[in-house]
Design a protein around this ligand. Structure first.
Ligand code: GMT
Length: 423
């Protein structure tokens, strides 16, 4: 258990703000000769319930999923989480006493050519922090969330302390942050945060290189071992593979960076090897039309199921045999992790953080970006060899659960919060 020295109380004996959320604290109390509590105290255990503000992009992408799932996990561990966002995050289906939602209200005014969301978010963050006695703000995706959080923090000084933790997810660094026009403000957001985490070692290194900043803790994406496991889904399987075909599956938001068209190219090559296979495309986004168009051009559209966004990804993974993730860039690859937890081997690009998640030849196969010939060969081998596929699937789950299950990762966030609050 970590031991943290904290300064406690002012000359009038008031406890500092973050004591207000304490549930129980094992500590050494110092008394003066009138038996009055004297400061400082030494906290021996920091097992206290925190009030945490979390901001995510609600409707799009893995960073929103990670932020939402983190909030739910923190609430299960006794903390109160206040989501502050433009709309209810997708994975947040249930609100309760410990999982609250505060919508950022936008005022429209003719003078504003563009509505100043960053300022509206900062205002909401500050209001929620005061009303709900927040101990910390945790923002997912640097742009513009860390800037809003820093504004909120500064606007509350010196009335209250509000540390800011920023989690870097990927394109906030590799694309958006590295764009010259956004680089200085992204760097400011990162440097001014009270704590910074990145979801992979790759992303930490990329941040170091681009922003010359390395005070970053790597805390990876995580998966719930109970929610994500291979399920029996005979009805879904039958509907996706009516002639007992093997199923390749792709799950993404169909942005160009995910290269969903490559999945269609891979299917085409696998079918040419006379392997009975279908492709299940889960999700939606700008590249879906291109992927469907390519499937029509190749005459294999009837071997594909474009099923759109689905609320129960775990069912689709459980029904499938191999995941395809041929991305251009992937700083972690949450889709790969979720598939692995469901015993689905992964065929992916050797980019970004993917080699940290998928072990080539053990839990899947990695290839150069765009090498659809090799990806198709690997997919065909896995599809044809049940024993190999099942063995890889078993190892994939073992690897996913041993390194990335919630019990391993969520405490890393809690420890990090405690360090930042105790700074
Ligand atoms: O960076 C992005 O593209 C945004 C982000 C998102 O919201 O989709 O995706 C990133 O965060 C995920 C969750 O941490 C990671 O698993 C993804 O690998 C990462 N995407 C990319 O790096 C392209």
């Amino acid at each position: 258990m970590s031991q943290v020295e904290i300064e406690a109380g002012d000359s009038e004996g008031r406890l500092p703000q973050h004591f207000c959320g304490l549930n129980f604290v094992l500590c050494t109390w110092y008394f003066d000769n009138q038996n009055q509590i004297k400061v400082p105290v030494k906290v021996l255990s920091t097992a206290f319930a925190m009030n945490i503000g979390i901001t995510v992009y609600s409707s799009y992408g893995g960073s929103g999923i990670v932020g939402s799932e983190l909030g739910k996990e923190l609430a299960e561990r006794g903390h109160t989480v206040h989501f502050i966002a433009s709309s209810l995050p997708t994975r947040l289906t249930e609100l309760n006493e410990r999982v609250r939602f505060h919508e950022v209200e936008m005022m429209s005014y003719p003078l504003f050519e563009h509505q100043p969301y960053t300022l509206a978010l900062a205002t909401k963050m500050a209001t929620v922090a005061e009303e709900h006695n927040l101990d910390l703000l945790h923002v997912h995706y640097a742009i513009p969330h860390s800037i809003s959080a820093i504004l909120a923090r500064e606007s509350l000084k010196p009335r209250r302390r509000l540390p800011v933790v920023t989690t870097l997810h990927g394109t906030d660094i590799t694309l958006v942050g590295a764009d010259r026009s956004y680089l200085p403000i992204t760097r400011y957001g990162i440097v001014q945060s009270d704590g910074v985490t990145a979801i992979s070692h790759y992303l930490k290194e990329a941040t170091k290189e681009i922003f010359h900043f390395d005070d970053i803790q790597v805390i990876p994406n995580f998966v719930c071992q109970h929610d994500y496991k291979r399920l029996e889904v005979p009805v879904l399987r039958e509907s996706l593979a009516p002639n007992d075909e093997r199923l390749l599956v792709h799950v993404s938001n169909f942005r160009p960076v995910k290269r969903p068209v490559d999945c269609v190219e891979i299917l085409d090559r696998v079918l040419k090897k006379n392997v009975k296979t279908r492709l299940v495309m889960v999700g939606d986004g700008s590249e879906r039309t291109n992927a469907e168009h390519r499937a029509r051009c190749l005459g294999i559209y009837e071997h594909c199921s474009f099923v759109g966004k689905q609320p129960r990804i775990v069912d689709y993974l459980s029904a499938s045999d191999v995941l395809l993730l041929p991305s251009d860039q992937e700083s972690f690859g949450l889709a790969a992790l979720e598939a692995m937890a469901c015993e689905v081997p992964v065929i992916a690009s050797r980019v970004g953080g993917l080699p940290e998640v998928v072990t080539d030849g053990e839990t899947g196969y990695l290839s150069a970006v765009g090498d659809v010939d090799k990806m198709a060969n690997d997919a065909a081998r896995l599809i044809a060899d049940d024993k190999l596929r099942q063995e890889m699937g078993r190892r994939a789950r073992e690897s996913a659960i041993s390194r990335y299950r919630t019990d391993v990762v969520i405490p890393q966030y809690i420890d990090f919060y405690e360090q930042v609050i105790g700074k």
